[in-house]
Design a protein around this ligand. Structure first.
Ligand code: ATP
Ligand code: MG
Length: 563
């Protein structure tokens, strides 16, 4: 490709709302352009990268025995009603009607559509297992589309669904998909971790996410310093926290604590570690039919993990609740305690059978001290966040926190959808059973941005060999110099002959401008044909290190072939 023919409108300025390197460089480099909130066009360079990623995804899946299909992006609402997700999915699901008043949704994911495809077609265990996937557009009306391709509303996803006769075979496929996804990310040249994930409301017997490590990641990942344990903070576990040093003895009673409402202030006042206080966190839980205030109780030294909390109470969403709303519900803000509550209360596991506690007395300016939960039958769950320094459940070493971007999610789904949609098969004993399912997603367009989040510098993109739109950029220093043009052109033609991926920058622009584009666009190598040619020399520029080597013009082609 000649640059003079390439549609790659590069720009000096970044979009105003662009905060992350991938968003800035992909737009500035003319890889993508925004057409609406969370909706992007792919220009030629972006499309090459997208297709390269798509090809790698497809190659690895096909190798693992999966089959590609393509389902309608527009999905009839009935299927979503059958599964029960129509009511649950909330505002992310874009719903609309056609001219005949038929209702549809734009598919945000395709469990329903895929189960519909196989039901009444997969009839016998002899047809199992089966793994079908598509690489197709998705739409989710995300509340906050941002960070360019990382969180779009319209995006490209590979979504796969497998069908099995039993859990055991599902587990086999799940392990195979973990391997397959890992291979895809290895081939792309990404540094990643497979982590235990939250399985959400659908439950299922396990799920894992593929997290690319990146400073700007939205997800907090817990990783163990001593073993392989890694988990999304939403699903991370830890060993019970040890009791702080120093004996604490309290006589049971009620204590006057005027205006002392925060854990920190209470800890100062009593000169007792935050560990011994019972913190109440109030939330408004949104359910399908109602919304209500719920209380979560945990140790003062811990923080509520919202996803765990939401799963615990089974709400569709948890919202913050104001002091006025709490007062209207009869609560004494700042002094909320666990006893005699009329709302649903959930307790963290670390409070089970605990004693020497201090908690709100449900009375203004008073706390109960020396409280014991020894004989309390509270509703205990794991609802707290794991912190750096907590101990690993697997090996006891210290846990660390790092940032990641979710690029893939694999899920042992079980029979929830096949039961709801009536997808059954006849097993080996002639008995009718619901199909056992797995689901597997990977964000193909998100991966374009993730490549740059993990590989960039202050000048621009750094594409890996597997994803770069062009491997070599031949930069003609002066387009007016016939010798340079003729050498560069014949090298370009020779490289094309050999199917070497190359762009010829033949634009009538300043040398500095062209090198700026080379750095912004992030192709791995530049072959700079400039003044040195008179002495028989050209330069090989390495994008990753910004170093340049001088090479004799007769040797450059061999050098290129060796790279
Ligand atoms: P997230 O937690 O980031 O919102 P998710 O858990 O909702 O993602 P899944 O339903 O597991 O996403 O979808 C599978 C994959 O699709 C994700 O791992 C991610 O790579 C990609 N993906 C999901 N939402 C988006 C989005 N809004 N824009 C781009 N890619 C997305
Ligand atoms: Mg996910």
């Amino acid at each position: 490709m000649r640059f003079t023919n390439l549609f790659a409108p590069t720009a000096k300025e970044a979009p105003k709302d662009a905060l992350l390197p991938s968003h800035i460089y992909l737009v500035r480099g003319g890889f993508v352009s925004q057409i609406g909130a969370g909706i992007y066009n792919f220009l030629p360079l972006g499309k090459i990268v997208l297709d390269k990623i798509r090809t790698i995804v497809k190659e690895e899946l096909d190798k693992a025995g999966c089959q590609e299909v393509q389902l309608g992006f527009v999905t009839p609402t009935e299927l979503w009603k059958e599964s029960g997700r129509y009511a649950k999915f909330g505002k992310e699901l874009l719903r609309f009607k056609d001219r005949k008043n038929n209702e549809f949704v734009l598919g945000p994911t395709h469990e329903e559509a895929m189960v519909d495809l196989v039901r009444n077609r997969l009839k016998s265990y002899k047809q199992l297992p089966l793994n079908l996937y598509q690489i197709n557009t998705k739409f989710r009306d995300e509340a906050r589309p941002r960070y360019g391709l990382l969180r779009g509303r319209e995006f490209l996803m590979k979504d796969g669904y497998s069908f099995h006769e039993d859990e055991e075979d599902l587990k086999r496929e799940y392990a195979l998909m973990e391997q397959t996804y890992s291979r895809i990310l290895e081939r792309l040249g990404l540094d990643f971790r497979v982590v235990e994930a939250d399985s959400g409301a659908i439950g299922g017997s396990g799920s894992r996410e593929l997290m690319v490590l990146a400073d700007n990641g939205e997800d907090d990942i817990i990783v163990c310093s001593g073993c392989d344990y890694a988990a999304n903070i939403e699903a991370a576990k830890r060993q019970a926290v040890s009791v702080p040093d120093g004996d604490v003895e309290m006589q049971a009673g009620t204590f006057h604590t005027p205006d002392i409402t925060t854990i920190e202030a209470l800890s100062d006042f009593f000169k007792i570690d935050a560990y011994y206080f019972v913190k109440a966190v109030a939330k408004k839980a949104i359910y399908e039919e109602e919304e209500k205030i719920v209380l979560f109780f945990l140790r003062g030294s811990d923080e509520l993990q919202e996803v765990k909390a939401q799963n615990t109470c089974g709400a569709l969403e948890l919202e913050d609740v104001s002091s006025e709303e709490l007062e209207a519900a009869g609560m004494v803000v700042g002094f909320i305690g666990p006893h005699n509550q009329s709302v649903d209360c959930y307790f963290d596991d670390s409070l089970k059978k605990a004693s020497s506690l201090i908690c709100g007395a449900n009375k203004k300016d008073y706390h109960d001290i020396g409280v014991s939960f020894e004989n309390e039958e509270f509703d205990y769950h794991d609802i707290t966040s794991v912190n750096a320094g907590d101990r690993c459940v697997a090996c006891g070493s210290a846990l660390e926190i790092t940032k990641g971007i979710e690029v893939g999610h694999i899920f042992q789904l079980g029979t929830a959808y096949s039961e709801a949609l009536g997808a059954t098969f006849l097993d080996r004993n002639g008995k009718s059973k619901p199909l056992v399912m797995g689901t597997y997603g990977i964000g193909v367009s998100r991966l374009v941005a993730v490549m740059i989040e993990q590989h960039h510098d202050e000048k621009g993109c750094l594409w890996t060999d597997a994803t770069t739109p062009f491997k070599f950029d031949i930069v003609i220093s002066s387009i007016k110099d016939e010798e340079q043009v003729s050498f560069a052109t014949s090298l370009y033609e020779q490289m094309q002959e050999e199917n070497i991926s190359v762009l010829l920058d033949d634009r009538n622009e300043r040398f500095g401008f062209k090198m700026g584009d080379f750095e912004l666009l992030g192709f791995p190598y530049a072959i700079i044909v400039g003044k040195g040619l008179k002495e028989g020399e050209v330069q090989l520029g390495h994008r990753a290190t910004l170093e340049k080597e001088t090479i004799h013009k007769d040797e450059i082609f061999e050098k290129i072939k060796g790279l």
